[in-house]
Design a protein around this ligand. Structure first.
Ligand code: C2E
Ligand code: MG
Ligand code: MG
Length: 390
């Protein structure tokens, strides 16, 4: 029985013809379909497709007329797949994968046209120019290659942003923020290139590089500025998945002869979704003497149910709260969060502190540390060392 969800063909029946407009693709449930194309007035068999094969998907993907005819060789049962079912999945697919797919499709169509004896002129015209989206996807791939190169050439650089102890007005440590000075694009924001690196395994060597830079900076701090401050290192989700991550960190710590207490790991709140991995990381870090901070607190999935089980040493209050302290409702939330952090035995760093008034308010609320442009912008390592010697 044929319905919108199931099509039956008897032997010899045509499913679609070459040149038809595409509306639907089909999944063959049983039977065999023969795909043929007219070449010099003759029907040439391109393939016989059996159960499990997709048919008619090409035209649906690129909205071109059917490039072949499909005829049942024996009794066939098919499940129609509406183009919107593909469209939805394609829309959410990785743009790079989408660009690859469309490029392969157009290459295949060109090959088919050549096979049909189409003029090369016509073929060139048929080959579509990459669309805006494909160009964007290729841009990303290009950027990724350049990031790999930058890594090899050691063009990534860390900046140190000071963190102030509010009560004593003394420097407590720094956060390491990675910078990429791109030859053509200028300074690429870590928000962009870290996200890009996270889409691939590239984040692993980037993370290793930053870790090594941070450890060697801690060594220089001890040697040149006689200081034992901490440096906070941002950890990405992919690094968290690496079971040997803490061991890698400790290897670098030992190689540079620094104390594990000087390194603090920052985990952004959105990663807490992976509760078990975070719990393990905190546990391993503590056993090794390293502290762990929860970054961007209040912006992601502040799942309180998990938070009470995760023994973070520090909560970093996201800058969006700090910038709205003049709002009494926001102030009330910050006051409650400071109380909660204290009750959980965590200290608190307010991020994005830009005005003296914010600093004063935060101090009055009992927040211990402040980070932001008021305290200092991220500095080059040499600059930071010079500032400490001064
Ligand atoms: P984050 O860890 O929350 O870092 C704080 C961000 O706020 C930094 O942006 C910093 O420059 C910015 N900031 C600091 N003070 C102020 C202020 O007073 N006002 C304003 N408006 N902004 C301020 P940046 O350097 O662009 O880094 C963005 C994010 O990229 C970081 O957020 C962090 O999640 C990520 N990131 C940076 N370096 C690394 C890295 O080496 N590894 C990983 N995995 N992520 C990194
Ligand atoms: Mg951070
Ligand atoms: Mg943050």
């Amino acid at each position: 029985m044929t319905s919108a969800y199931r099509i039956e063909l008897h032997p010899g029946q045509v499913l679609f013809r070459e040149g038809d407009p595409p509306t639907t693709a089909f999944l063959i449930e049983s039977g065999t379909l023969r795909i043929t194309a007219q070449r010099a007035g003759l029907a040439v068999v391109l393939s016989d497709l059996g159960a499990g094969a997709l048919v008619g998907e090409m035209a649906v993907l690129d909205d071109s007329p059917r490039s072949a005819t499909a005829t049942a060789v024996e009794r066939c049962v098919l499940t129609p797949i509406d183009r919107t079912q593909f469209a939805e999945r394609l829309a959410t697919a990785d743009p790079v994968v989408r660009a690859l797919l469309m490029s392969q499709l157009s290459r295949y169509r060109t090959a088919l046209a050549t096979f049909a004896g189409g003029s090369t002129h016509a073929i060139r015209q048929a080959e579509p120019m990459p669309g805006v989206e494909a160009a964007h996807a290729l841009d990303k791939i290009r950027l990724e290659s350049q990031l790999r190169e930058a890594l090899e050439r050691r063009e990534l650089e860390i900046r140190l942003q000071p963190i102030l102890e509010i009560s004593s007005n003394r420097l407590a440590g720094f956060e390491a923020l990675t910078r990429w000075s791109h030859p053509d694009r200028g300074a690429v924001s870590p928000a962009d290139f870290i996200a890009l690196a996270e889409e691939t395994s590239l984040i692993i060597p980037v993370g290793e590089y930053v870790l090594r830079e941070v450890c060697s900076t801690l060594r220089r701090l001890a040697d040149e500025a006689k200081a034992t401050l901490f440096i906070a290192l941002n950890v990405s989700g992919r690094q968290l998945e690496d079971a040997d991550f803490i061991d890698r960190v400790l290897t670098q710590v030992r190689a540079h002869g620094i104390a594990p207490e000087q390194l603090k790991l920052e985990i952004t709140e959105s990663l807490i979704l992976d509760y078990a991995k975070v719990a393990t990381l905190i546990d391993h870090s503590h056993r090794a003497g390293m502290r762990v901070a929860l970054d961007d607190f209040g912006t992601g999935y502040s799942n309180l149910e998990h938070l009470h089980k995760l023994a973070f040493d520090t909560l970093k209050l996201d800058q969006s709260f700090v910038s709205q302290l003049q709002d009494p409702r926001c102030l009330a939330i910050v006051r409650a969060v400071v109380g909660m952090a204290a009750a959980l035995g965590c200290d608190m760093v307010a991020e994005g502190v830009e005005t003296a008034q914010q600093l004063e308010q935060l101090g009055a609320l009992g927040c211990q540390y402040a980070q932001g442009y008021l305290v200092g912008k991220p500095l080059g390592v040499d600059q930071a060392l010079a500032a400490m010697r001064a």
